[in-house]
Design a protein around this ligand. Structure first.
Ligand SMILES: Nc1ncnc2c1ncn2[C@@H]1O[C@H](COP(=O)(O)OP(=O)(O)O)[C@@H](O)[C@H]1O
Ligand SMILES: [Mg+2]
Length: 431
């Protein structure tokens, strides 16, 4: 079988790595990929969807897997399906669950899915008027895609006015800020709960948690993710079963009722509050860096799961997980998430032990060797029976890797308990 993966991050490297273990996968392509991916897959630089379609036909690629959200929200799946080409991911309508936070919130309200109370505003004046009478803190979110930068926790009225100015007047995120959500601030601990969906059934993945803040002790600005662990110890069996029933099954059923079939990965960003799990947002794809900790725990051949999702056969595809824990730390360029420079040579990659995985993100192969090519450069990951052991191996390996301005958080997975009592099973939804 020939598989194409779209994307260039650590998530895509982890996907390609996992697929490369499948006896049924003969060849992997990646568009555009990165230096790490290029040692496992044939990487090609193609931007335009029509040309990607032609590439798939010319190379007789059996299945295409989409990593990032933007192509899904822009309808790449619909274009492939129109040409009878197999692709893993939700179609344009279904991807709205991530593409529009207004759609997602109204959908949750309509189908009784637990989430923070909210208001939608289409004009900056109306939002500002609302801030005169509301309590703080609140969370303001741009409606459309904003590369993970469109949500603001604001502590007072002045901050709220500033955000409205940036998002709705100066259009920091373009059209994505035409409408905004203002929602109640929820207290609790976050979990990333992902599931495979084939339109009828869901199979929960092992839970995970990412570390969003740039600096240790969760200080500094938000980033794309500085590290992750799986499973999340605070995602207990009870919380997992509430999440599956009240969130995942409700979403799939609700979408079915609206005539939308959801296929691919559904990612629920959750806040575990004292009143149970509540949805912060949905993503319509694998998370990054969550995928780098989830896939090493997947025992089953990923190509089997991917095919089962596409064929609508997930209920008949046993999905098994290793009973271990997994941890990953992201090394970033100096200055990230703000301004940073690229092109620094990465040293020490050959000195890493075999029981540690390096998933590349912003890296590029040049005549001088592998150089940095982004803010998040690479992630170092390990699985073990205990977080403390995985953590020790990851941090030992990080000491061997060097590039100018390299920085990483020192507290990923610190002080975690090793309980992992959750369960994973296929759940059928009767239409
Ligand atoms: N209602 C909320 N209460 C508390 N924190 C929130 C709330 N909504 C979002 N956040 C915080 O902001 C982060 C980003 O919000 P999210 O809805 O996931 O948007 P995005 O990932 O698109 O930026 C969350 O991971 C969480 O830390
Ligand atoms: Mg998020």
């Amino acid at each position: 079988m020939k598989i194409l993966v779209l994307g260039s991050g650590g998530r895509e490297h982890a996907l390609v790595w996992k697929l490369s273990h499948s006896p049924e996968v003969d060849k992997i392509f990646c568009i555009p990929g990165n230096a790490g991916i290029s040692s496992l897959a044939h990487c090609v630089e193609i931007k335009d969807t029509e040309r990607i379609l032609n590439f798939v036909k010319e190379n007789k690629i059996d299945i295409t897997l989409v990593g990032p959200e933007a192509p899904l929200v822009n309808g790449i799946v619909d274009k492939f399906e129109k040409e009878n080409l197999k692709i893993f991911g939700p179609n344009k309508e279904a991807a709205m669950i991530e593409g529009s936070k207004v759609f997602a919130k109204l959908f949750m309200e309509k189908h009784g899915i637990p989430t923070a109370n909210f208001r939608v505003f289409e004009s900056p004046n109306a939002a500002e008027k609302y801030f005169l009478s509301t309590d703080f803190p609140i969370v303001i979110k741009a409606d459309g895609l904003a590369a993970g930068k469109g949500a603001f926790v604001v502590k007072n009225r002045d901050e709220a006015f500033e955000v409205i100015d940036k998002v709705m007047r100066q259009k920091l995120f373009g059209d994505s800020g035409d409408r905004i959500i203002v929602e109640r601030f929820l207290k609790g601990r976050e979990v990333s709960a992902l599931a495979f969906c084939d339109g009828k059934s869901i199979v929960p993945m092992v839970s995970s948690m990412d570390y969003k803040k740039a600096y240790d002790s969760d200080l500094g600005p938000n980033t794309g993710g500085m590290g992750a662990i799986a499973p999340a110890p605070h995602y207990t069996k009870d919380i997992a079963s509430i999440t599956i029933r009240n969130i995942f099954l409700n979403v799939i059923e609700g979408l079915q009722r609206e005539g939308i079939s959801y296929k691919g990965v559904l990612y629920a960003g959750l806040m575990i509050t004292e009143n149970g799990p509540k949805v912060l947002e949905f993503n319509c794809r694998f998370g990054d860096p969550e995928t780098q900790v989830i896939l090493p725990l997947l025992k089953t051949d990923l190509s089997h799961v991917v095919q089962a999702v596409i064929e609508g056969e997930l209920a008949h595809c046993p999905v098994e997980w290793f009973d271990s824990v997994s941890l990953c730390v992201v090394a970033v360029s100096q200055g990230y998430p703000l301004k940073y420079r690229k092109g620094f040579k990465i040293l020490g990659l050959n000195e890493i032990d075999d029981d540690v995985m390096i998933f590349h993100a912003g890296t590029k192969r040049t005549d001088q060797g592998i150089v940095t090519n982004g803010g998040r450069v690479l992630s170092v990951c390990a699985t073990d029976s205990h977080f403390s052991k995985a953590r020790a191996r990851v941090y030992r390996s990080l000491k061997k890797i060097r590039f100018e301005g390299m920085r990483y958080r020192k507290d990923i997975g610190a002080n975690l308990s090793d309980s992992s009592s959750e369960f994973h099973r296929s759940v059928e939804v009767t239409p």
